[in-house]
Design a protein around this ligand. Structure first.
Ligand SMILES: C[S@@+](CC[C@H](N)C(=O)[O-])C[C@H]1O[C@@H](n2cnc3c(N)ncnc32)[C@H](O)[C@@H]1O
Length: 164
């Protein structure tokens, strides 16, 4: 699904409030719009930004100028999980789930992230549902909702969690 400009405001808020974030991983590059915002944060913070998609449909020269690393990989392969975890390198990371299956991405990566990481899933209410896709992880104390009042601001549809 498409996103609207207000999403960038919420991304900025999350980054400003979380100086512990030491890398950003986006699953689902698409045309690279959100990637560009993350790339600017990567420059500002001097932290690595990695984006993963099985299709290359973005402007590679833009993302490479921003220092964003593009991994053309199928997110369903174990080697992709390994590649992502090696980028995270056990440091607090923001994993932005917006690939082929946001709920599966969140369930797969949330338990593997270091404490104080952020994990988010786009398309809340359509492709991702908190009470179905994240409730067990929350009940089990693996993640907790992060500023849920932001999640649907101007219909941005972004569920955000903090790793416990
Ligand atoms: C909603 S788009 C991403 C939009 C982008 N994050 C943005 O906000 O501009 C979803 C992306 O997931 C990618 N995708 C779907 N299945 C995938 C898979 N198995 N492995 C990797 N990427 C996949 C698609 O190619 C598509 O570009």
């Amino acid at each position: 699904m498409q996103h609207n400009f207000w999403l960038y405001s919420v991304i900025d808020r999350v980054m400003l409030a979380n100086p512990q974030i030491q890398s950003i991983v986006e699953i689902g590059t698409g045309s690279g719009c959100v990637t560009t915002i993350f790339g600017l944060w990567g420059i500002h913070r001097n932290i690595p930004v990695v984006t993963v998609d099985h299709v290359n449909r973005h402007h590679s020269h833009v993302l490479s100028r921003l220092g964003v690393e593009f991994l053309q990989m199928d997110e369903n392969l174990p080697s992709t999980q390994e590649a992502i975890l090696s980028k995270i390198d056990q440091k607090p990371t923001w994993v932005y789930c917006d690939g082929g299956c946001k709920s599966r991405e969140l369930k797969q990566f949330a338990p593997l992230l270091p404490k104080n990481s952020i994990i988010s899933a786009h398309d809340l209410g359509t492709e991702f549902r908190h009470h179905i896709d994240a409730i067990k992880l929350c009940d089990d104390g693996i993640i907790k909702p992060y500023h849920p009042e932001w999640w649907m601001e101007f219909n941005i549809q972004l569920a955000i969690y903090m790793k416990l």
